[in-house]
Each structure stands twice: as structure tokens, then as C-alpha cells.
Design a protein around this ligand. Structure first.
Ligand code: HEC
Ligand code: HEC
Length: 209
């Protein structure tokens, strides 16, 4: 899908969800904030149509941090970050109780590795991935101590977009985004879009081992 189609589809959903958010401002319960599957798909399996990634199987600490970052405007506020701008208002009004509720709710969904949609030169990607492995793990299963999430099983089209956004400085640019700032130079090291496609193809290949 091109970015204009994305703007239209995501824009309509944004209006829909913002309507609920505004309507129910008083007396909200954490449970009222479980509107995530509208974009992220049934059981949070991801929805490429609106560029919303898989949430099922996401580490609780990573999910919590990202919701807090979106809420604080540390992420999803760069004017060129089209997808992040769709997500940011969805977190803007979450209370700490809602975030805790969502983390528990998402944690109950089954992890199913996402379908492979990106194909590049996995062998060239393997070379590039040696640096990534020091934080994300050789098997791409993540490392909580370093704050680096699992990449394995995430929607590959989403990994590509995020690497492009880090590379261009649309993500990880905020002075308070400590973890995003660590990731930015790593994406730049991939050089260009071909490097991104290749490293993501290699990550895909890890699922088959
Ligand atoms: C209007 C559609 C929409 C709704 C509703 C929505 N999201 Fe999102 N979400 C997105 C899009 C698009 C992205 C990709 C943006 C990005 O990461 O740059 C995203 C990204 C995310 C990310 C980042 C994932 C990662 O790997 O870094 C998390 C976490 C997230 N959403 C959680 C939620 C939760 C929890 C809810 C419900 C409270 C929610 N979203 C509701 C559209 C939505
Ligand atoms: C110095 C440690 C480090 C290295 C090396 C590193 N990363 Fe990361 N990466 C991180 C951290 C920390 C985050 C979480 C950023 C955040 O919280 O927003 C991250 C986030 C990501 C994300 C976003 C995931 C999501 O769900 O939104 C992708 C994709 C990613 N890294 C890919 C890579 C690739 C590919 C490489 C190798 C080129 C790499 N990383 C190297 C630390 C690292």
C-alpha cells in the first residue's frame, strides 16, 4: 500500500477511535481502553492494511515502555513519522492503570510468528546481523537487560518501516528517548534500503531453524 492510501485508511480509523475516546472521558475504567484490536487485529496479530504491528507475544516490559513513550510524545511525534502519528493519540490518554491492564490483556494472547512477506538476500543480511545480535540476541529473541526487544516473529513489513524510520531519524530522535537513540546509529549502519531488506530477510530465516 502506498502512503496516501495508508493516510486515508488510518485517518478514518483514527476518527472512529478518537470519537470513543472523547465520548467516554468521564468515569473511564481501564477496561474501556481495550480498543487496540480495531487496528492491531484480532488477538493482536497485526494488520498490514493500517500498518499496525503484531502485539501478541510482545514482551511486557517493551510494550509498557512503548505505550509510555507514545503517551509522553517521545515517540510518534516526528512530522514525517506517518504511522507513529496514527498511534500516538491512541496512547495519549492512557492512565497507568490502563497500561497495566493492557499489558496483562495482551499477555493473554497466543504468540504466532507473523507471515513472511519480505524477501531479500538473507546471506548478506547475516553479515549485517552480527552487530544486531549483540543487543537483540543471536536468535533475535531480545534482551531485557539491554532494553532490546525480540524481532523474531514480528511482522517483517513493520521491521522494515521501523528501520527506515530510525535511519531517517523519524524515530529515536527525541532527547528523552534513551533506547531509541541507541538504536538509531544501528539502523544507519545498514546503509540503505537494500541493507534493511537483507537484514530483515535474515531475521525471517531464523524462524525456520
Ligand atoms: C488507529 C489505529 C490504532 C489503534 C486504535 C491502536 N494502534 Fe497501536 N499502532 C498503530 C500503528 C499504525 C502503529 C505503528 C506505528 C509505529 O510503530 O511507528 C502502532 C504501533 C504500536 C506499538 C509499537 C509496537 C512496537 O513494536 O514498537 C504498540 C506497543 C502499540 N501500537 C500498542 C497499541 C495499544 C496497546 C493500543 C490500544 C490502547 C493501540 N496500539 C491502538 C495503530 C493503532
Ligand atoms: C546497542 C544495542 C542495539 C543494537 C546493536 C541494535 N539494536 Fe535494535 N533496538 C535496540 C533497542 C534498545 C531498541 C528499543 C528502542 C525503543 O525502545 O524504542 C531497539 C529496537 C529495534 C527495532 C524496533 C522494534 C519494534 O518492535 O519496534 C528494530 C526493528 C531493531 N531494533 C532492529 C535492529 C537491527 C536490524 C539491528 C542491527 C542492524 C539492531 N537493531 C541493532 C538496541 C539495539
Amino acid at each position: 500500500m502506498n502512503r496516501n492510501t495508508f493516510r486515508v485508511v488510518a485517518g478514518s480509523l483514527l476518527i472512529l477511535v478518537s470519537g470513543w475516546l472523547m465520548a467516554a472521558d468521564d468515569g473511564r475504567e481501564p477496561f474501556d481502553d481495550r480498543y487496540c484490536t480495531t487496528c492491531h487485529g484480532t488477538d493482536g496479530q497485526g494488520n498490514e492494511g493500517v500498518q499496525a504491528p503484531r502485539l501478541a507475544g510482545m514482551e511486557d516490559w517493551y510494550l509498557k515502555r512503548q505505550l509510555e513513550n507514545f503517551r509522553a510524545g517521545i515517540r510518534g511525534t516526528h512530522p514525517m513519522d506517518v504511522e507513529g502519528i496514527a498511534m500516538q493519540p491512541m496512547a495519549a490518554k492512557l492512565s497507568d492503570e490502563s497500561i497495566a491492564d493492557i499489558v496483562e490483556w495482551v499477555g493473554s494472547w497466543p504468540f504466532k510468528p507473523a507471515e513472511v512477506t519480505v524477501e531479500g538476500d538473507a546471506q548478506a543480511g547475516a553479515q549485517l546481523y552480527t552487530t544486531c545480535a549483540s543487543c537483540h540476541g543471536r536468535d533475535a529473541s531480545g534482551n531485557e537487560a539491554l532494553g532490546a526487544p525480540a524481532l523474531l516473529g514480528q511482522n517483517d513489513w513493520y521491521l522494515v518501516t521501523q528501520l527506515k524510520n530510525f535511519m531517517a531519524g523519524y524515530r529515536g530522535y527525541h532527547a528523552d528517548d534513551t533506547y531509541g537513540q541507541q538504536m538509531r546509529p544501528m539502523a544507519q549502519m545498514l546503509g540503505d534500503e537494500a541493507g534493511i531488506i537483507n537484514v530483515v530477510s535474515y531475521i525471517n530465516s531464523l524462524a525456520e531453524r
